[in-house]
Design a binder for this molecule. Structure first.
Ligand code: SAM
Length: 258
């Protein structure tokens, strides 16, 4: 019989990554998320975390840009991106889940005036395979990747019971495959914002670290201009214990250079 692998529990995993801080961070994560009413260019307010607004704004859309939102549903960030396109811009909002895509379409129809909604094409592809069909096309790409969502896990006993380190490793592999695809899909000189609402560094700086190892000459990292949050090794993180309840959100801003 082989040696039984020791199972790492949730608290030990996160206290390792947030030493001296985990208890206060956990307390902040248990509180009700702070939402703001976003109204710019919308028919009615959309309620979302200010960290999500900052993530979409970090893409720094200019009028006329061709933009791809790779994991777009339910659509909060798509609404913000759409508002910055000007008359000649285009937005493709993609999500692989058909149920979530239906929600995305409803969010677009209910919140955006017709002219803005008409600039959006909703698609349902696998983000990690996009580069097989299109390359060098978009000025800006938002990759808001599916992630561990620990804030949700912590408040759900059934999710907490099922939690294990294999999940964060699996999500990081998936996020990397989407990001490396996006690097081929964005134009040379274009921008990718990679974001997650994960606390696990494996899905955050860990994914950027892997991209640096595997595609060292193809991109540079720039600091997103966000008035709250803190620097990480490769990106920026907004955590609720120090950002007035906002987050969690991780953001890495990537410029393709080759
Ligand atoms: C964090 S959520 C996106 C939230 C969204 N950006 C917003 O602001 O409302 C991640 C999304 O990725 C989608 N997704 C998961 N795997 C995918 C894949 N391989 N390709 C495209 N979308 C995927 C999920 O259905 C989910 O809606």
């Amino acid at each position: 019989m082989g040696k039984k692998k020791e199972r790492i529990d949730f608290d030990s995993f996160y206290s390792f990554y947030f030493p001296g801080r985990w208890e206060s961070l956990k307390e902040a994560l248990h509180k009700e998320p702070v939402k703001t009413a976003y109204t710019k260019g919308l028919l009615k307010p959309y309620y979302l975390d200010e960290a999500s607004v900052a993530t979409a704004m970090a893409l720094d859309i200019k009028k006329g840009d061709r933009v791809l939102d790779l994991c777009a549903a339910p659509g909060g960030k798509t609404l913000i991106l759409a508002g910055q396109l000007g008359e000649s811009g285009e937005l493709t909002s993609n999500d692989r889940s058909s149920a979530r895509r239906a929600r995305l379409k409803k969010v677009i129809a209910e919140h955006l005036p017709d002219y803005a909604a008409s600039q959006i094409t909703v698609t349902g592809h696998d983000a990690s395979k996009w580069c097989l069909y299109e390359t060098d096309v978009y000025d800006k790409i938002l990759l808001d990747a599916p992630c561990s969502s620990e804030r949700h896990v912590l408040t759900s006993p059934s999710h907490l019971k099922k939690w294990g380190t294999a999940r964060t490793k699996h999500l990081a592999v998936q996020a990397y495959s989407m990001l490396v695809s996006a690097l081929d899909v964005v134009k040379n000189g274009g921008t990718i914002v990679y974001s997650t609402c994960a606390l696990s560094p494996v899905e955050n700086d860990g994914v950027i670290e892997k991209l640096r190892k595997k595609r060292p000459d193809r991109f540079k990292l720039v600091k997103p201009d966000i008035p709250f949050g803190e620097m990480t090794t490769y990106g920026w993180q907004i955590l609720p214990d120090t950002a007035g309840g906002k987050g969690p959100m991780y953001i890495a801003k990537i410029i393709r250079i080759q």
